[in-house]
Design a protein around this ligand. Sequence first.
Ligand SMILES: Cc1ncc(COP(=O)(O)O)c(C=O)c1O
Length: 427
Amino acid sequence: MGNRTDFWNMNRAELNKHDVSLKERYAEYKNQTMKLDMSRGKPCPEQLELSKSMLDLVTSKGLDGSDFLNYGGVDGISEAKELFSQILEVRSNEIIIGGNSSLAMMHDTLSRAMLHGVYGGGLPWGKQSAVKFLCPSPGYDRHFAICELLNIEMIAVDMLHDGPDMDAVEKLVDQDDTIKGIWCVPKYSNPDGITYSDQTVDRLANMKTKARDFRIFWDDAYTVHHMTDKPDYLKNILNACKEAGNPDRVFIFCSTSKVTFPGAGVAAMAASVENVTDIRKQIAVQTIGPDKINQLRHVRFLKDMDHVRRHMEKHAAIIKPKFEMVLNKLESELGGKNIATWNKPNGGYFISLNTLDGCARIVVKMAAEAGVTLTAAGATFPYGKDPLDRNIRIAPTFPSLKELEKSIEVLCICIQLASIDKILTER
Ligand SMILES: Cc1ncc(COP(=O)(O)O)c(C=O)c1O
């Protein structure tokens, strides 16, 4: 600790000496039989407490007197559409309110495209010769799981500092009409914490796609989840698509899972009126109506964008110290050693860390043996295969500060041990 010497400049004896003291620290943690879970981006109990009062706001009638206890309102109550239109900066007739999960909406939207095709497109995707999706990576494992389930071939595209590698994306979609879509987490991306630049948004909206039924799946899961008072700005993709003459190109998704309650929040999607009309007809066959009571209490609790902002500041006050602690610990344990790099996000739920090539899998395994569960190595890439075996996703929100500190210490010890092993083997 405190020693910032570049591991690559250390001789064999120095590395061995370091290895011995790290192994002692590792053994100490192993003997503690800890059980710390940092694998998923879940809000902690204190964050859930922030929204508990919402549960008392239950009523049965909407502003216009409509009865929320009965069937109906297949695409959501107008009050919820108004709130989400502010959150996503679209018109309320461009919104469909869903159930509690945006992931379920994404799954259903993709399933519908496979079974029935998309608005203005040709055959159902599932009836075409092949279906491929571009997967900016590292990315969100559950997006990739949907593709795997539906037999959609995934093509990994590198994530750069301002979004996906757009040179690669443009080239691929221009040449292959079986590439039907791309997954995007455009703000505080999972796991890199990157926000797409204006130029990336414009290029996605304007690019020439050989598939005329191409869709961008814009998962704006972290749109209000800032951790600084200078939030990242994300250009409005629906407007950009309209301006580019491709108004139907994008499906936008979000939810209040990490605003109020994961599992009991409200999800929404947004798209052109034509897309929304097309999808609404299909949803009307699937359900006679969503949980309107939950939508209403969310609107009563969150009120408007100003209240949402203030509510999210309370979340930030709880989770920011956790992110800061992780970043400080990474710097003090790994800084200057030339064995790992990590991002410093302005929001979202994750810190993405890259070890030396070929070390992530062994680090995650060693951490697990010392009682620290991390997201599986490789999970942030299609088919669970990180070609360089180096990306580790850190999810700091759920554990307490104390648990988190121990977990990161273990992680840093494991990274150093795996790095020494690699360096010595390569010499
Ligand atoms: C990028 C992203 N999208 C979607 C979700 C899940 O959203 P929901 O709870 O609305 O299904 C998560 C949860 O971690 C996420 O990271």
